[in-house]
Design a protein around this ligand. Structure first.
Ligand SMILES: NC(=O)c1ccc[n+]([C@@H]2O[C@H](COP(=O)([O-])OP(=O)(O)OC[C@H]3O[C@@H](n4cnc5c(N)ncnc54)[C@H](OP(=O)(O)O)[C@@H]3O)[C@@H](O)[C@H]2O)c1
Length: 293
C-alpha cells in the first residue's frame, strides 16, 4: 500500500514508517519543517510539506494514498490551554482525514490511549474516556470509528501510558525530563500506581497489522507491560541520573498530574490472539537502563 502517515518523525511514527517500508509498503509522510522533511526522506519516505492545521494538505495526502495512519499530535503540554489547543487541532485534522475517506473502504488507523477501569486491567472492549484533559481525543477517535458504517475501514490502536525506545519517549520520558529539571526523580501519589508500557518498535508492528487487516470499527491495545509501578520507573530514572527518588505533588506535572497519579493497567490479550501480535522488544524498566546522565 502507499500509506499517508502523519507524525512520521515522532517516537512512534518513525518506527511505524520503518516498519511499513520494511514490509513492502511505501510512505508519504506529513512534514511541517525542513528538518522533518529531511528526516522523512532519510528514512526512505516521501515528504508532503504541511502541518496538522493545513486541512487541504491532509486531504491531498489522503487522495494520493491507499491508507492512512494518523499519529501527529502537538508537543506543547505546558498549560491546560496548550493541551486543549493540541486536542482541537488533532480533532479537526482527524475529521478532515475521515471525511475524505468516506465511501472508499480504505483503512485509517488512528491512535488513542488505553482506558482505565478501577480495580482491573482495561481491555479492548472498554470504552475510551471522553472527559478530562484529553477527553476530546477520545471523542474524535469515537467519531472516526463510527465512520466504519460509511465506508471507512477505521481502526484505533490504543497506546499504553508510556511508549519507549532506547530509554526515551512517552510519559516516562516526561518523568525523566522533570527529574533533570528538578534534580529529583519524582513520582506523584504513593508510586504504586501502574502504567502500562510498550516499546515503539513493537507498537509499530501493531499499527501495520491494523492497517493491513483489522476490521472496520475495531480497537486494539499496543500493550507489552500490563503495568509498571511508577515508583519503580522513577527508581530506574533516579539511579541512571544519580538523583534522589521522592514522592512529589502531582501539580508538579502540570495538566498531566491527575493522569500520572492514576492506576491504569491494561491488557492486550485480545489483540495478541486476534491479530497475532507478539511484542519482542525489551520492557520499559529494562529499556530505561539506556538513559544517559
Ligand atoms: N497513552 C496515550 O494516550 C498515548 C501514549 C503514547 C502516544 N500517544 C499518541 O501517539 C502519537 C505519537 O506519539 P509519539 O510519542 O510518537 O509523539 P512525538 O514523538 O511527540 O511525535 C509527534 C509527531 O507529531 C508531529 N506533529 C506535532 N505537531 C504537529 C503539527 N502541528 N503538524 C504536523 N505534525 C505535527 C511531530 O512532527 P515534528 O517532528 O515536525 O515535530 C512528530 O512527528 C501521538 O498522537 C501521541 O499523543 C498516546
Amino acid at each position: 500500500m502507499h500509506v499517508f502517515v502523519t507524525g512520521g518523525t515522532g517516537t512512534i511514527g518513525s518506527a511505524v514508517v520503518a516498519e511499513l517500508l520494511g514490509n513492502g509498503h511505501t510512505v508519504l509522510a506529513l512534514a511541517r519543517t525542513d528538518g522533518s522533511a529531511r528526516a522523512v526522506k532519510d528514512a526512505g519516505a516521501e515528504p508532503l510539506r504541511g502541518g496538522l492545521a493545513d486541512l487541504d494538505v491532509l486531504r491531498a495526502g489522503v487522495a494520493q494514498s491507499d491508507g492512512v495512519i494518523s499519529l501527529a499530535f502537538g508537543r506543547d503540554y505546558s498549560s491546560p490551554a496548550a493541551l486543549a489547543q493540541a486536542v482541537a487541532e488533532e480533532s479537526a485534522a482527524l475529521a478532515a482525514l475521515g471525511e475524505e475517506l468516506i465511501g472508499s473502504d480504505r483503512p485509517l488507523v488512528t491512535v488513542s490511549g488505553t482506558p482505565w477501569v478501577p480495580g482491573r486491567a482495561s481491555t479492548e472492549a472498554d470504552p475510551l474516556p471522553t472527559d478530562g484533559p484529553v477527553g476530546g481525543r477520545g471523542r474524535s477517535v469515537n467519531a472516526l470509528l463510527d465512520l466504519a458504517s460509511r465506508g471507512v475501514r477505521s481502526t484505533a490502536v490504543r497506546m499504553p501510558r508510556t511508549v519507549h525506545n532506547e530509554g526515551k519517549g512517552g510519559f516516562a520520558g516526561l518523568l525523566t525530563d522533570a527529574a533533570r529539571r528538578a534534580g529529583v526523580s519524582g513520582y506523584p501519589g504513593d508510586g504504586t500506581q501502574r502504567w502500562p508500557a510498550v516499546h515503539a518498535l513493537d507498537a509499530a508492528v501493531l499499527f501495520r497489522l491494523a492497517l493491513e487487516s483489522a476490521p472496520a470499527g475495531t480497537s486494539w491495545h499496543a500493550v507489552a507491560d500490563e503495568g509498571d509501578a511508577v515508583r519503580d520507573i522513577a527508581t530506574v530514572i533516579g539511579r541512571r541520573l544519580g538523583l534522589p527518588v521522592e514522592a512529589v505533588p502531582q501539580e508538579n506535572f502540570g495538566p498531566f498530574g491527575p493522569i500520572f497519579a492514576m492506576d491504569q493497567p491494561a491488557s492486550s490479550a485480545h489483540t495478541r490472539e486476534a491479530l497475532g501480535w507478539q511484542p519482542t522488544q525489551p520492557g520499559l524498566l529494562e529499556d530505561l537502563e539506556n538513559i544517559q546522565p
